[in-house]
Ligand binder design. Structure first.
Ligand SMILES: [Zn+2]
Length: 185
């Protein structure tokens, strides 16, 4: 599937309102599409306040302007939250929704941030860490007990779209990542 085809699917996606996280989930997919369009990994994240209003939206930006290894969508959301919103919005009342299961780096950051609820549309069997929480060190697992992690309540069609967005261009992006190391053999 081409990027244009994915873009059309995102644009025309028929929201199923019976799913609680469908609307914010689609927003994550739109952000993931923006990321892909700018040469980044297709992942998007949204931070909601206690009433469900959007506070922050970010996408993956690892390859934007200059390489930044930490510029995953979740990390960018938390950076912005901690610099601009933490005084007003206690983290335990907030909800972070991500199109893809967080990786080890982002999971660690999420645990330290204290954000109350984390939801993701699709499992990342290759790189996700939430579903491998029992492999985290004990102190980190203790932190995890203070937070709630869920699969988002979204339609199968939306989750499938999030999965395809996360996998799009993945071979090219891996090559780009390896190129950053400067030790190609
Ligand atoms: Zn990550």
């Amino acid at each position: 599937m081409t990027l244009d085809q994915l873009a059309l699917r995102v644009k025309k996606f028929p929201i199923k309102e019976s799913f609680r996280d469908e609307e914010v989930g689609l927003r994550c997919c739109e952000l993931a599409l923006d990321a892909l369009s700018s040469g980044n990994y297709g992942v998007g994240a949204v931070l909601l306040d206690a009433n469900g209003y959007v506070l922050i939206e970010e996408n993956n930006a690892v390859f934007s302007t200059r390489f930044c290894s930490s510029a995953h969508a979740e990390m960018r959301v938390i950076d912005k939250y901690e610099s601009d919103f933490r005084e007003t919005y206690p983290p335990g009342q907030l909800k972070l929704v991500v199109s893809l299961e967080p990786c080890p780096m982002c999971l660690s950051r999420i645990l330290l941030s204290g954000i109350g609820v984390i939801k993701y549309l699709v499992k990342d069997s290759a790189g996700g860490m939430v579903e491998r929480m029992s492999d985290m060190p004990p102190a980190w697992q203790n932190l995890a007990n203070l937070q709630s992690f869920y699969h988002a309540h979204a339609s199968d069609e939306l989750c499938q779209l999030a999965l395809e967005l996360s996998q799009h261009n993945i071979v090219y992006l891996r090559e780009a990542l390896m190129k950053q190391r400067g030790n190609e053999k």
